[in-house]
Design a protein around this ligand. Structure first.
Ligand code: DOR
Length: 425
């Protein structure tokens, strides 16, 4: 049995920052201390040793769109980004609304063996927004987070019923907040640019109305609600007020909404087309403030791979979405004045709790904990070269950019999935 020792790093978990070596055997942390000995000793000097990142929002595209990504390639991209768990979004083909598809996604994740793939379940059958999916059956099969992501649940009664049901099942409902009648044909944020470019505008109110509605439904039903990829200043204010009222709501933002603004689309480059759209500098400032003051619980990538052929379509035809798993850490460190303990909270500890996997991810690094860990150098820089990405797709908006913060090693269940920056399988 090999004993791995991560030596000389700074350990960061929910208890704060402290120096120490970490010994790993048999998939678990077995010892934390000074001058530990082992068979495989890794020099972690200058690095952070933290619980592996957990992404609440990854489109892995399998089954159905394996041309864009597979569970294996998406898992590899995740491992390279420092992730040990990915919540797989349900807008696959077929969608994740049956135990058979949930089991398939989970099994493919196990087969790849690079991260834990945590399937989300659909709220409505086929994500059509007409009738509830078999939520109890899916919950009995281990699903802890339900969403129709890619679209929001439009019908108020159906959403109310989903929350009443969800409350009884003890699961979390994750909402893609978009009132569809307000975004028909929309391409970019409703702003001055969109008017002068002649591109149909995507108003902030389309998101905020649904955030507001679901906060009030959460107040009524007591259900746990998570808001996906929030993008506007007013959404952050609504969540802040809801938390102030003690409601069981949580929220995430993406690295791209924290780093890129609406003017990117003046180039007509479809790589910047995303749902919800890139917003204004004022919105970006509010999102960043929301992360820093704890209103926003998690950074989530909305990793949305698309094949070149699809992204080469005209702006109104091209699908929305951009890659995120391999650049999230670099973007977060680049745009947020965030201390590393808080970074670990929003990238690992909080998302693990929201996904219901806190028994094995986002845990304190202490004897007995499963060794799901990331080792990253917060000062090392690297350049984004699309060809070097592990994802099957290339639609990253950060081509050529220099990122600060490099994942050195990722360990999943005590084994290296990434070592010295290289995927191990
Ligand atoms: O930009 C997006 N792309 N937002 C979503 O909500 C869905 C995603 C996708 O599936 O491509």
């Amino acid at each position: 049995m090999t004993r791995i020792v991560l030596q000389g790093g700074t350990i960061v978990d929910s208890r704060g920052e402290y120096d120490g070596d970490v010994a790993i055997e048999n998939g678990r942390v077995v010892e934390v201390g000074e001058n530990l000995r082992g068979d495989d000793v890794i020099d972690a000097t200058g690095c952070i040793v933290a619980p592996g990142f957990v992404d609440l929002h990854a489109h892995l595209r399998e089954p159905g769109k394996e041309e864009a990504e597979t569970i294996e390639t998406g898992s590899r991209a995740g491992a390279k980004g420092g992730y040990t768990a990915l919540v797989a979004m349900p807008n696959t083909d077929p969608p994740q609304d049956s135990v058979a598809v949930i089991d398939f996604v989970r099994e493919q994740g196990k087969r790849a063996g690079l991260v834990e793939v945590v399937p989300s379940g659909c709220i409505t059958l086929g994500r059509r927004g007409e009738a509830l999916a078999p939520m109890a059956e899916l919950a009995a099969a281990g699903v802890r987070i339900f969403t129709d992501d890619g679209s929001g649940v439009q019908d108020e009664l159906l959403m109310r019923r989903a929350m009443e049901y969800g409350k009884g099942l003890g699961i979390t409902l994750a909402q893609h907040c978009e009132v569809a009648s307000l975004t028909k044909g929309a391409v970019m944020n409703e702003c001055q640019c969109c008017t002068s470019l002649g591109l149909p505008g995507w108003p902030s109110i389309a998101e905020e109305l649904m955030v507001y509605r679901d906060i009030e439904l959460a107040r009524l039903t007591g259900a746990r609600v998570h808001f996906l990829h929030l993008s506007t200043a007013r959404s952050v204010e609504l969540v802040r007020a809801a938390k102030h009222d003690g409601l069981p709501v949580t929220a995430e933002v993406t690295p791209h909404h924290l780093s890129l603004d609406e003017t990117r689309l003046t180039t007509f480059d479809t790589v910047y087309k995303v749902n919800p759209p890139l917003r204004s500098p004022r919105d970006i400032a509010a999102l960043r403030a929301g992360v820093l003051d704890g209103t926003i619980d998690a950074l989530a990538t909305d990793h949305a791979p698309h094949p070149r052929r699809d992204k080469e379509l005209a702006l109104d035809q091209a699908p929305p979405g951009m890659l995120g798993l391999e650049t999230a850490l670099g973007v977060a460190l680049g745009v947020l004045q965030i201390d590393v303990a808080h970074l670990v909270r929003v990238m690992s500890i909080n998302p693990a709790r929201i996904a219901g996997i806190e028994d094995r991810h986002g845990r304190d690094i202490e004897p007995g904990a499963p060794a799901n860990l990331v080792v990253f150098d917060p000062h090392a820089t690297w350049q984004v070269v699309p060809e070097a990405l592990a994802s099957k797709s290339r639609n990253t908006p950060y081509v050529g950019m220099t990122m600060r913060g490099r994942v050195r090693h990722t360990l999943f269940n005590g084994a290296f999935t990434v070592r010295d920056g290289e995927a191990q399988r």
